[in-house]
Every structure is written in structure tokens, then in C-alpha cells.
Design a protein around this ligand. Structure first.
Ligand SMILES: [Zn+2]
Length: 60
């Protein structure tokens, strides 16, 4: 077997570093957002928020 074990690591957001609150996951890409986990509704990371804003602006 030549499987590289480190390739088996799932692409998940790492736990926040010390000193920061836990951030909610982006609902689209599951990366940590700028919002705390207690934020209600959909949370988007800056990238997805920017893309959503652009999509909304271009759809009308
Ligand atoms: Zn995202």
C-alpha cells in the first residue's frame, strides 16, 4: 500500500485559534465566517457574500 495518510484529512475548517469566539460556518462553502455561531439565519463567508452580492446585482 502506498496510500498517503495525510491525504485523508477532510477539508474542514480548523477550530478557531485561542482568543477568538467560534465562528459559524459558511452555508455555501463551510469555511468559517466573520459571524459568531450564535448568528441566526444563513451565514456567508466574505467570499460567498461577495459573490452573492454580485449575483444579486447582476440578476435584475
Ligand atoms: Zn463561503
Amino acid at each position: 500500500m502506498d496510500d498517503a495518510p495525510y491525504c485523508d484529512t477532510p477539508e474542514r475548517a480548523p477550530a478557531p485559534a485561542d482568543g477568538g469566539p467560534p465562528y459559524a460556518e459558511c452555508v455555501l462553502c463551510r469555511k468559517p465566517t466573520e459571524y459568531p455561531e450564535s448568528t441566526k439565519g444563513s451565514t456567508l463567508c466574505p467570499v460567498c457574500a461577495w459573490q452573492e452580492a454580485g449575483r444579486t446585482a447582476c440578476s435584475g
